[in-house]
Design a protein around this ligand. Sequence first.
Ligand code: 48F
Length: 256
Amino acid sequence: MELAISRIIVEQYLRKLRDCLDLDVALVGAGPSALVAARELAAAGLRTAIFERRLAPGGGIWGGGMLFNELVVQSDALPILDDFSVGHRPAGEGLHAVDSVEMAAGLIFGARRAGAVLLNAVTVEDLMVRPDRVTGLVINWTPVVREQMHVDPLTVSARAVVDATGHPGEIARLAASKAGLRLDSPTGAVPGERSMWAERGEIDTVENTRRLCPGLYACGMAANQVHAGFRMGPIFGGMLKSGRKVARLILDDLRA
Ligand code: 48F
């Protein structure tokens, strides 16, 4: 029995990993924007995977506001929650309360059920590039990176890479500073996000969701890093709509 258990896990994981080596879309970070995008992309038939540094996908959803595990979503984003069967309660002023554990679990399950692969405990430490474009990811186990072990990474090819790393905007920064790619941003690089202004931040998040250079896109809070958008705290409508927008941009580009 023990031998069978180990064999199943090793064989199944290697099959999953092998299928992720050549992707249509590789998303970095499994926060709300990436999970919404992944569900839509996988449902459209694209080979889609999310690479998440932490053990648990879900990014900033679980913690709610200051560890109070409730979130706020605006009326116009409710259809996205409904698509994932995540519950919500009216809370006045066009705002709705959502249990953050239900939302994290619901978005993860929805993305996975649509066919997106989630590889957790995997850190994207670099990009694979050609002179004018991003062509994939350089990945390693998070514990290897944290322990600073001298272990070479592996690579993943993707027709589209999405920076969904949230506040750090790590992938866009790598593209600009290390790969030397000029981004579609006010500076050509990553100017960084601005302070808290919830209404503007919510609008910015969706507006700033764009293609940054050939092969690279940004969604969620990473998009605000690149375009100097405002932060907004624990209101999530913009994140959900940003995920949907980046999926549609990629679908249009890859089908063109
Ligand atoms: O930050 P995060 O939840 O992404 P998001 O979709 O949502 C932002 C909100 O949660 C919140 C907010 C709402 O008002 O502002 O912050 O923009 O999730 C980002 C995920 O990316 C992972 C990180 O662990 C987190 O789960 N991540 C970051 N860098 C890497 C990474 C990396 N280099 N490799 C793999 N995963």
